[in-house]
Design a protein. Structure first.
Length: 153
């Protein structure tokens, strides 16, 4: 593959382009502190992954949704881990739930902790499960945020 000036474009350029496309659609968690903060929040489990989420503080000036992906070395070798990450990024791009928020839903950060089962699922099933879990988490966080606001008034 060649770039504008005729130089070859390697895999790293293609990879950074897909990450940039993912970041343009969703906000992205990048720092360890952000991941640790989300780990203290709510969790929902599935056979293929665990979804962690936490409502952003009221003073945070970020997008309404930010996502982070975690794939540990227990999951497999680097090829398998990268394949899982690519599938999850694509599933997040394809699912409509990540683009639409519930009315009055709070700004949230999400971390998806992947398991090896992500590789064996059909992509359509992975997208469906991910979307359903995010929608369920949104309902749960909206309910707790509403309850918390009612108690403070």
């Amino acid at each position: 593959m060649t770039g504008q000036n005729g130089e070859s474009v390697g895999a790293s350029a293609r990879t950074s382009s897909s990450v940039a496309q993912f970041s343009a659609i969703h906000g992205r968690l990048k720092e360890r502190q952000q991941f640790l903060a989300v780990a203290k929040g709510a969790r929902l489990h599935d056979a293929a992954f665990t979804l962690q989420a936490k409502v952003q503080p009221a003073d945070a000036q970020t997008e309404s949704r930010r996502f982070g992906l975690t794939v540990t070395k227990k999951t497999g070798n680097s090829v398998e881990r990268n394949r899982i990450r690519r599938r999850l990024r694509a599933a997040l791009r394809d699912t409509s739930v990540t683009h639409n928020t519930l009315p009055n839903s709070p700004a949230c950060d999400y971390v998806i902790v992947a398991r090896r089962e992500c590789l064996s699922l059909r992509f359509a099933d992975l997208t469906e499960k991910l979307g359903a879990l995010i929608a369920r988490m949104d309902r749960r966080l909206t309910k707790t945020t509403d309850t918390h606001q009612a108690q403070n008034t």
